[in-house]
Design a protein around this ligand. Structure first.
Ligand SMILES: [Zn+2]
Length: 373
């Protein structure tokens, strides 16, 4: 059967790739940053604003949408696209990461994970089958396998049985998938910071390759040193199938993103840009800027003088600083808008640089300035 999500490489520069992912709700040009819409909304952003910043795909969150308003309700209302009025591609996570992050509120068993809701303490159970059923109900274009996410810097002794369980869960996810023709399924390669364990995880998942529309790299950016993340990416990404998209989960820091692209990553997501924005920190070509700082009190310049987003064309640092200081909602909207625009634009610029075979130079120039070297 033809997979519902497909990928085509257009150009390569070293290991970096520029390509196009085709989904039931349209195309995505890669490399791409995907804003996170945890609760069926990218915080503070309307659909029109997401389109204006050039967003081609967003994420939905299985754990949160299962608890509220519930996936069956969303299915009755026509699915997640219709519910939130977004007719472009959506990727849903499996809920695994959130459930595992609950710490003492959850218990991992072979059959799945028992947990208490962070909202009201009510008892729930998510298994591989349940996660896929929820994602089938949400009707995303890309669903993720329900995997176990070991904490950063876990030992080999912890990770080996965890990988083997993730492989057994992957088989159950594949079997439970009811929308094979309209919803792509991505595998998730685990293995911590150990090359051989990454290889083991990839080898085991590759045996089910005909079921997967893409491969994600999970379990990075979870507390390990940056050098370890880069080393693992450099090792494992090129070993994933060339003709399928590669997704690095949970990375949204500009320098990390460019390094990931250099390793051959096509897709990334992170709550970081909007979370930072709500706390008054914005990305600029010269590094992060903490807008609440006293020094911007009378600064009439835009957040980033080289940014051509709506916010930077219309509002000053002094005004946005004031809004954030007095906790006005518009302040959060403006900083969120700019930060998402910044990362989406960064990936568009990276794409152009790959096509023009000057990615390395582009990356080095960006980092030099961003890190004030
Ligand atoms: Zn801007």
């Amino acid at each position: 059967m033809k997979l519902p999500v497909r990928y085509k490489i257009e150009d390569k520069d070293g290991k970096a790739r520029a390509g196009v992912i085709t989904t039931p709700h349209g195309e995505i040009k890669t490399p791409v940053f995907m804003p996170v819409g945890t609760q069926a909304t990218v915080k503070t952003m309307s659909k029109e604003e997401l389109l204006a910043i050039g967003s081609e795909i967003i994420l939905g969150n299985t754990y949160h949408l299962y608890l509220r308003p519930n996936d069956e309700l969303i299915a009755r209302l026509g699915g997640l696209h219709k519910f939130m009025n977004w007719d472009k591609p959506i990727l849903t996570d499996s809920g695994g990461f959130q459930v595992f992050s609950l710490g003492s509120l959850r218990k991992i068993k072979e059959e799945g994970v028992y947990f208490s809701s962070h909202i009201d303490g009510s008892k729930h159970f998510i298994s591989p089958e349940k996660s896929i059923q929820i994602q089938n109900n949400l009707g995303s274009d890309i669903a993720m396998l329900f995997d176990e996410c070991p904490p950063g810097l876990s030992t080999r002794e912890y990770i080996i049985p965890s990988i083997e369980r993730t492989t057994r869960w992957a088989k159950r996810c594949v079997e439970a998938h009811q929308k094979k023709g309209s919803q792509g399924l991505f595998a998730i390669v685990q293995g911590g910071i150990y090359e051989d364990l990454r290889q083991k995880s990839l080898d085991e998942l590759s045996e089910m390759d005909e079921n997967f529309s893409g491969y994600a790299i999970g379990g990075l950016a979870v507390g390990e040193p940056r050098e370890d993340m880069y080393r693992i990416l450099d090792y494992i990404v090129e070993k994933c199938p060339e003709e399928k998209p590669r997704y690095l989960m949970g990375v949204g820091e500009p320098v990390d993103m460019l390094n990931a692209v250099e390793s051959g990553i096509d897709m990334m997501d992170c709550v970081q840009p909007t979370r930072l924005a709500r706390h008054g920190t914005v990305f600029t070509k010269d590094g992060r800027l903490v807008i609440k700082s006293e020094r911007y009190k009378e600064d009439t310049k835009p957040l980033d003088e080289e940014c051509d987003c709506y916010v930077c064309k219309n509002y000053s640092r002094a005004y946005i600083r004031h809004l954030i200081k007095v906790q006005e909602v518009l302040g959060l909207r403006l900083t969120s808008y700019h930060n998402l625009y910044f990362l989406i634009k960064l990936m568009k610029d990276a794409r152009r640089a790959i096509k023009e075979k000057r990615f390395k130079e582009f990356k080095e120039n960006f980092i030099k300035r961003y890190e004030n070297k």
